[in-house]
Ligand binder design. Structure first.
Ligand SMILES: [Zn+2]
Length: 188
């Protein structure tokens, strides 16, 4: 398993590296919400000029808040932002979607086939979670068609959350191939 590879690397890392001790409050008082895409690893921080200790990074599939969450309080993204804002001094948020996202244009047939191949019954999940149909399943997953529209939606959910204060919430899209940022919704 990969975990053995990681543990072996970690032993070498500890022998070679001594990290400086820094505080847990983000120096830039900023939280960034982005996707879990593997191509963002390292590139994301480099493209934004971020160092260890600068910002909180929250990653969800598609940088998306599931539309099926009817109550904000149950939403992990809102909960994490609340922790960042109330406990760690965050005063600005940037939601950053990206081009060529795996959650964009999800093929429902492929999704269902993949679930079934791995022994999970999509229909049972749809019924149990009252998702309605396959489209509901896609919404639960956070799938979307247009990254710019999706970023604006997530920005609005965060802006309108009764659990969060009125602080600047910005929406951006990063080009996964070049790292170029496109500001799609600047906080007022
Ligand atoms: Zn993505």
């Amino acid at each position: 398993m990969r975990i053995d590879e990681i543990l072996a690397h970690n032993e070498r890392f500890l022998q070679q590296t001594q990290l400086p001790v820094i505080g847990h409050a983000p120096r830039k008082h900023l939280a960034v919400v982005t996707c879990m895409d593997c191509r963002l690893v390292q590139m994301f921080e480099q493209a934004l000029g971020l160092e260890r200790g600068d910002v909180l990074e929250l990653r969800t599939a598609g940088a998306t808040i599931s539309e099926e969450e009817r109550k904000d309080a149950a939403n992990d993204l809102i909960r994490s932002l609340a922790g960042g804002i109330y406990l760690l001094g965050v005063r600005e948020v940037a939601v950053i979607g990206h081009t060529q996202c795996g959650l964009a244009h999800v093929n429902p047939t492929a999704l269902i086939a993949s679930m079934q191949a791995l022994g999970v019954d999509p229909q049972k999940l749809i019924e149990q979670e009252e998702l309605g149909d396959v489209q509901g399943l896609l919404r639960w997953l956070g799938a979307f068609n247009d990254v710019h529209v999706n970023v604006r939606q997530v920005v609005n959910v965060i802006r309108n959350s009764p659990f969060l204060p009125k602080i600047p919430i910005n929406g951006l899209v990063i080009d996964i191939n070049t790292g170029k940022l496109d500001l799609v919704d600047r906080a007022a």
